[in-house]
Design a protein around this ligand. Structure first.
Ligand SMILES: [Ca+2]
Ligand SMILES: [Ca+2]
Ligand SMILES: [Ca+2]
Length: 197
């Protein structure tokens, strides 16, 4: 898959340990992300992701109050692309829809996956604050990630300005530099409790 596939081999994990970002180890969800909702739209109804995904395969956290879920990654991509177009936000210099997703993670998003090798259910973020994965029933589930934020190689290189971070609730963070992906988190598998977009 283009030149970026090379990154996969070189980014299989990733530094553990203390970083500059504070992990919200003992913080309550309300103190990290006031009002962040576990409710999501899915197939014309509202579901509570902290209880069940009800068959959804991909969910995007658009804001503290809006989460959208989809039956497939393709469905998600089409909706997010139309949303970005309609609001003129955050597709950057993106090309035609579908050309710049990576491991099923749309451009300008940070994605985590239930299984290794970018498989299973997927959650997408981009906001610059800590989210408690418990909101979406995703604590101790994350097995791979793609950070498709910060530009891309094809369009002139990665800016290196939008790292993401996973936290395990015990002060151990895993940095996810933009324009990197990992299909296997090694000792960090199924450990993340929080994510910073
Ligand atoms: Ca971001
Ligand atoms: Ca997993
Ligand atoms: Ca970031």
């Amino acid at each position: 898959m283009r030149t970026r596939i090379r990154l996969l081999a070189s980014t299989v994990v990733v530094a553990l340990g203390v970083t500059g970002l504070a992990s919200p180890a003992n913080a309550s969800p309300s103190s990290q992300a006031p009002g962040e909702t576990s409710l999501a739209s899915f197939q014309g109804r509202t579901i509570d992701l902290s209880k069940s995904w009800e068959g959804a395969q991909a969910c995007a956290v658009l804001s503290r109050t809006e989460v959208r879920c989809y039956a497939s990654r393709e469905e998600e991509k089409a909706d997010l692309a139309s949303l970005a177009t309609s609001t003129s936000t955050s597709r950057g210099a993106g090309g035609p829809i579908g050309t710049l997703d990576w491991n099923g993670c749309d451009e300008d998003w940070l994605c985590i996956y239930e299984h290794a090798s970018f498989g299973g259910r997927k959650l997408s973020f981009n906001d610059e604050y800590w989210h408690d994965l418990d909101n979406w029933g995703f604590v101790d589930m994350t097995s791979s990630y793609t950070n498709n934020q910060g530009g891309n190689e094809i369009l002139g290189g990665c800016s290196g300005t939008d790292t993401g971070t996973l936290g395990d609730g015990a002060g151990n963070n895993l940095q996810m530099t933009d324009c990197t992906a990992s299909g296997n988190l090694g000792s960090y598998n199924d450990r993340a409790e929080d994510i910073h977009g």
